[in-house]
Ligand binder design. Structure first.
Ligand code: AMP
Length: 290
């Protein structure tokens, strides 16, 4: 595996691969790699070659009171994990490569960026879309891989790629969970033992939605009331938001019909976690994927 630190060299390597008609795959990450990231990389390796994994803790997507400084940085362990998987290129630029002095351009997907995560974290998606567009411009991959764990992020990025005629296809991969249902996240390492146990409430609340849907419930308000009961029964967990939204518009739905998401964010101790379930019509019934 070759580790690349500069934009210029990354561009040159990627251009060479494209010239040779290779199917370039990109997996953007902020590092502190876990099985969720590795599943994206394995998916990328099945569908593309060479594979570029980027590790960049993007300052522009953190709010002023958020965890940018203390966000876990484990580059050596990450590099070893990537070597082990047989990744071709690690792109790990320093901040000044991505945001040199004088940098002035921000990319914003209006509307979709302001709701849900965007309301709780103003400017977050503007930071995400700015860095993702830069990575897509630098690497120009045929395929770029993202996790459904960040469902709103995927919707926002797809809109950006469509609106700005970016030639990369966005591939979405399933959520990888611990055996007790907790979605893997680099932030899980902030959880102490008690918080870690309590954090399963997010998954359990989504399961309660699935059970009620399987039993025939279609009313979003009643489904969300059931979800809140699970969260409220866990004193260490406080809900930031929980909504059932149309998968395309991200606007709340009243009753379940089209493809939609249950999206939620909660604080567990001092740690903010997000999770979601996908609800899809299948004949006369609905399939809930958590
Ligand atoms: P991050 O390093 O948190 O920016 O995440 C990098 C990519 O990994 C994003 O596309 C995430 O959606 C994805 N990801 C993070 N956690 C998981 C997970 N548990 N399962 C699947 N994908 C994930």
């Amino acid at each position: 595996m070759e580790t690349i630190h500069t934009v210029a060299w990354m561009k040159q390597v990627a251009a060479e691969a494209r010239k040779n008609d290779r199917v370039l795959g990109l997996v953007p990450t902020m590092g502190a790699l876990h099985e969720g990231h590795l599943s994206l990389i394995r998916a990328a390796q099945k569908q593309s070659s060479p594979v570029v994994v980027s590790i960049f803790v993007n300052p522009k997507q953190f709010g002023p009171t958020e965890d940018f400084q203390k966000y876990p940085r484990t580059l050596e362990a990450d590099r070893a994990a990537l070597e082990n998987l047989g990744v071709d290129y690690l792109f790990a630029p320093p901040p000044e490569e991505i945001y040199p002095s004088g940098f002035r351009t921000l990319v914003n997907v209006e509307g979709l960026s302001e709701r849900l995560e965007g309301r709780s974290r103003p400017g977050h998606f503007r930071g995400v879309t700015t860095v993702v567009l830069k990575l897509l411009e630098i690497v120009q991959p045929r395929l770029a891989f993202f996790g459904r764990k960040d469902a709103q992020q995927v919707r926002v990025i797809r809109q950006m790629v469509c609106d700005l005629n970016v030639d990369s296809e966005i591939v979405v991969c399933p959520i990888v969970r611990e055996s007790d249902g907790l979605a893997l996240s680099s932030r899980n390492r902030y959880l102490n033992e008690g918080d870690r146990r309590a954090a399963t409430a997010l998954y359990r609340s989504l399961e309660s939605v699935r059970r009620e849907i399987d039993a025939g419930e279609r009313d979003a308000a009643r489904l969300l009331a059931g979800l809140r009961r699970v969260i409220d029964s866990e004193p260490r967990v406080s809900l930031d938001y929980a909504e059932i939204v149309d998968a395309d518009t991200l606007e709340p739905v009243v009753s379940l019909r089209n493809v939609c998401y249950v999206l939620l964010a909660a604080r567990v101790g001092g740690t903010r976690l997000i999770d979601n379930a996908l609800i899809e019509p299948a004949g006369d019934s609905l399939v809930v994927t958590i």
